[in-house]
Design a protein around this ligand. Structure first.
Ligand code: PLP
Length: 356
């Protein structure tokens, strides 16, 4: 006999990208930043005396909230620090959505959303994106007709890299009767010329939350630190009631604060990733891949005719180059390739040229 709740017994868990280790592995499968974190992060780590771990950390990561509030020109009350962006997703579901209620997202999207909806025993409505990966007309009407309490949109979109404008998001937020959670895990890689900034629109509304993470833009995936931005009415119940009592640890808080305070260093890496993104897109197109224009640190690439995506995935893996293959409708002829360093991208292209 199983003691699991019936919805947990029925569900499958999240499948993370492979985490092979070793100096000879070129890891382009989980959208990590190829460049190192700020030296200020290393200094904060060195300055942390293990004796400080005897005590519990500040429960709401006060110093980090102040640093992030400065960065985004909002108040600390607009922010909730979390154990990775993933914890924020879980908190939003458990705080605002009852079992049996509907959550809407798009198809395709980040594969953790269905898992979290299953855990909360919610209904998940996955609205298919159009052939060009844009939202269908009448999307907001569909949201309201479904009676959905929460809509999760990842922007820029994963796994395609496409961007919705702040105007588009505003129209959705204003027309929707529930909470719009915009997962901005990859926001740092957006071309600055687009001047994308959804923060003012989010904090001015009572139904918008933004997800941010230090995993990608700040090269700190191993640290597990993210945060939510929104109006105090949405932040407060998560901060005061539903998060774990000490959801972010002392070392993570100190390092995350150092990272945010030295954002100029991270910005350099964002610009290098964008340069590499442009070069890698052109080089893959020259090899016959069809590449979706991306505002993230990855590219969704349809493989050339006469090739299969799983075939290329396996052949690259044999050479210790990991990319991501999704065995899912509309993605079976594609690979998702994270932007690596110049050397990593060169090695990938070299391997692909030999294979094709
Ligand atoms: C779309 C999206 N959202 C959120 C996350 C969560 O990131 P983390 O929990 O590392 O902050 C990821 C990580 O890959 C992601 O791809």
């Amino acid at each position: 006999m199983s003691f699991e709740r019936s919805n947990i017994a029925r569900m499958a868990g999240y499948t993370p990208g492979e985490q092979l280790t070793g100096d000879d592995v070129i890891k382009l499968n989980t959208n990590e930043n190829p460049y190192p974190p700020s030296p200020a992060v290393a200094a904060a780590l060195q300055a942390t005396d293990v004796a400080a771990l005897r005590r519990y950390p500040p429960p709401t990561a006060t110093a980090f909230r102040e640093a992030a509030a400065n960065l985004h020109e909002v108040l600390p009350q607009n922010l909730i620090p979390t154990n990775g962006g993933d914890e924020l997703l879980r908190l939003v579901l458990t705080t605002f959505v009852d079992a049996g209620e509907t959550v809407v997202t798009t198809q395709p999207s980040y594969s953790l959303y269905p898992v979290l909806a299953d855990i909360q025993d919610c209904r998940l409505l996955e609205v298919p994106l159009l052939d060009d990966w844009s939202l269908p007309t009448g999307f907001v009407e569909q949201l309201n007709a479904s009676g959905s309490k929460l809509c999760i949109l990842v922007n820029p979109h994963a796994p395609t890299g496409q961007l919705l404008s702040v105007d588009q998001l505003t129209a959705i937020a204003d027309g929707f009767d529930g909470i719009l959670l915009v997962d901005e895990a990859y926001v740092d890689f957006i071309d600055p010329q687009l001047a994308y900034n959804s923060v003012p629109m989010a904090v001015e509304r009572n139904n918008v939350l933004l997800l941010r993470t230090l995993s990608k833009g700040y090269s700190l995936a191993g640290l597990r630190f993210g945060y939510g931005i929104g109006c105090p009415e949405l932040i407060e119940p998560m901060l005061a009631k539903t998060r774990d009592s000490y959801n972010t640890d002392l070392i993570a808080q100190r390092l995350a604060t150092a990272a945010i305070e030295s954002v100029d260093y991270a910005e350099e890496s964002w610009s290098r990733v964008r340069q590499q993104r442009e070069q890698l897109t052109a080089a893959l197109q020259a090899l016959g891949f069809s590449v979706t224009p991306s505002q993230t640190n990855f590219l969704l690439c349809q493989v050339p005719d006469q090739q299969t995506a799983p075939g290329l995935y396996d052949a690259l893996k044999e050479q210790n180059i990991l990319v991501r293959y999704f065995d899912q409708d509309r993605l079976r002829d594609k690979l998702r390739i994270s932007i690596g360093s110049e050397e990593e991208n060169t090695a990938l292209l070299h391997a692909l040229r030999a294979l094709l």
